[in-house]
Design a binder for this molecule. Structure first.
Ligand code: ATP
Length: 551
């Protein structure tokens, strides 16, 4: 049977990634380890560029975001409070005949079925579900499998010493919220960003690096005032159009405007590194999909070669990033579990509240009270205690106190790298005069993410003057960007090598550079990867030109 085209495309991408040193299988010499991947020389540069761009865009270039770098292993109490110990699981089932193990939802999906969620929160396989390996219909009932990797801290392997490798970077941000607030001189609204490793013991890692067991996340927790506080201060909460960028942040923005803002900011980020809007998709989580505390969640998708088609033949894409409006759930949980206050005091709110008419005060008090009570009861606090706490919380609001709400844009580095690679991958087939066809590969990375910004090529390697000049050009650029010196083989071969690496510019140092044509002294040929166009450029202008294209 012929391979489906999209799998063939993935196979070619995987093969190029290995051949050119973007991605290798982890522990390959020992047969590999499922769900773990290493980044080779080009992949490591690509990844660094992506993380640096995220960090610059999300923290350094903003007044209202500070950074954090927390540990991977943290107190297990954090994962109890966040809900991960009790509920961070996927439904898993086994084939009784061939013993193959599946993620139950994926097994159903692969057969065009939907896993059944029962009233008591459990799962059941729909009739007809079969093992995709051996066709047997004898499958175990789905059971939850916790995705956190467990380890022990210290020499004793006892339950008391259990710790987890973090399954997301977000929780450290919540746990350090107060420390960051106090040391960064930020005020709500503001955010905390973090990039780092996360680990999930995925039941079935698949689609190359898309679903790995060790991966990296780039997460922002953007803390905002509850809508009741915004309304008390500004009279009302801004309404924004449901689509499009809502513009520069405004003091009267509530969670909806902030959520919309971050979705659009993140799309701009992707566009800025070469993923055009038509390569992306969106999924707005339905009320059934949303966690009980979440107000909204928009997933930004990328159309990967393995992404499935819907019934109309359209590709929706697979998740690159989720942008969730998580209410005040996370900080509230840590306040309840740690017993440490996670609220902030807002002087503007206290002043504004005192000036509100009584009816408005009562209405806002009641709304805040209802939200808090709802959160507490849903989190298992019994009714009377929940009422008492919600009353105290709403009284606190009237005095300028609240627990910030949060908008969370959470992106996966590895999925983005895979998207960039899939997006860049281009085959060029040429037929020569004799009718012989040849296929070459060009990785059309946006210059901002390209692993190598410029290839530096002396026309001939046995001419010391050319080599010396080429090395001088390399040394001129090296402090500013990653460049690659290559003097091996014909110029055509060297261009082709750089095309496969995704290098957007090649600089050839030739006899004219040395002044053979006096008017061309100290100029080089710059060759553009995407259209093969060539022109002369002065060495003195190279740095600024390349920086303007690659930053
Ligand atoms: P999925 O539904 O695909 O499992 P998720 O909704 O569980 O993803 P989140 O918990 O929202 O993912 O994590 C945020 C981001 O982290 C995801 O958008 C994705 O880019 C990345 N991510 C999550 N799990 C993995 C994984 N196993 N491998 C690689 N990246 C991942």
């Amino acid at each position: 049977m012929a391979e489906p085209k999209e799998n063939l495309q993935m196979e070619k991408i995987v093969s190029l990634c290995k051949r050119r040193g973007f991605i290798f299988q982890s522990s390959e010499i020992y047969g590999g380890i499922n769900g773990f991947w290493d980044y080779g020389p080009l992949g490591a540069e690509l990844k660094r560029n992506v993380k640096e761009l995220w960090w610059n865009t999300m923290t350094r270039e903003r007044e209202d975001v500070a950074g954090l770098e927390a540990t991977i292993i943290m107190s297990p109490a954090i994962w109890k409070a966040s809900g991960h110990v009790d509920t961070f699981s996927d439904p898993m089932c086994d084939c009784k005949k061939c013993k193959k193990r599946f993620r139950a939802d994926q097994l159903c999906e692969d057969q065009g079925l939907t896993l059944i969620k029962t009233a008591d929160g459990k799962f059941a396989l729909p009739a007809g579900t079969k093992c995709t390996a051996c066709d047997s219909k004898e499958l175990t009932e789905p059971r939850p499998f916790n995705l956190m990797f467990k380890t022990y801290v210290g020499p004793v392997e006892s339950e008391d010493n259990v710790a987890y490798l973090r399954p997301e970077t977000a929780q450290a941000i919540f746990a350090q919220f107060k420390n960051v607030l106090e040391t960064s001189r930020q005020k709500v609204p503001f955010g905390i960003g973090q990039i780092g490793k996360a680990f999930r013991n995925e039941v079935t890692p698949r689609n190359y690096t898309f679903r790995s067991r060790e991966f990296e996340q780039m997460e922002l927790e953007f803390f905002i005032k509850p809508d009741e506080a915004v309304e008390a201060i500004h009279g009302s909460v801004a309404t924004v159009p449901a689509t499009g960028h809502p513009g520069e942040p405004q003091p009267n923005w509530g969670w909806q405007a902030w959520h919309q803002y971050w979705v659009e900011e993140r799309v701009r980020f992707y566009e800025g590194i070469g993923l055009s809007r038509d390569t992306l998709g969106f999924h707005h989580q339905t009320p059934e999909e949303l966690a009980h505390y979440a107000r909204a969640c928009t997933d930004i998708l990328f159309k990967f070669p393995f992404s499935k088609k819907d019934e109309h033949g359209n590709v929706k894409g697979d998740e690159l990033e989720g942008i969730a409006a998580r209410s005040d759930f996370d900080l509230s949980q840590h306040q309840r579990f740690s017993g440490k206050p996670m609220g902030v005091f807002d002087d503007e709110l206290r002043g504004a509240w005192a000036k509100l008419p009584k009816e408005k005060q009562d209405a806002l008090w009641k709304r805040y009270y209802d939200n808090r009570k709802n959160y507490l009861t849903k989190s298992g606090v019994e009714a009377e205690a929940a009422q008492k706490q919600a009353t105290a919380d709403a009284d606190g609001l009237a005095k300028g106190q609240y627990i910030p709400h949060v908008i969370e844009p959470s992106a996966g580095v590895d999925r983005l790298i895979l998207a960039l690679i899939a997006n860049a991958y281009t085959e060029v087939t040429k037929t020569d005069d004799k009718g012989k066809t040849e296929t070459t590969y060009v990785m059309k990375f946006h210059p901002r993410v390209a692993p190598i910004k410029a290839g530096i090529l002396p026309l001939l390697k046995n001419k010391p003057e050319l080599v010396a000049k080429a090395i001088a050009v390399r040394d001129l650029l090296r402090p500013w960007m990653n460049v690659y010196y290559d003097d091996g083989g014909s110029i055509g071969k060297r261009y082709a090598r750089q095309d496969e690496a995704g290098t957007p510019f090649c600089l050839t140092i030739d006899f004219d550079t040395l002044g053979e044509k006096p008017e061309l002294l100290d100029t080089v040929t710059i060759r553009y990867r995407d259209d093969g166009k060539q022109e002369r450029i002065k060495i003195s202008e190279l740095r600024d030109f390349l920086l303007s294209k690659t930053r």
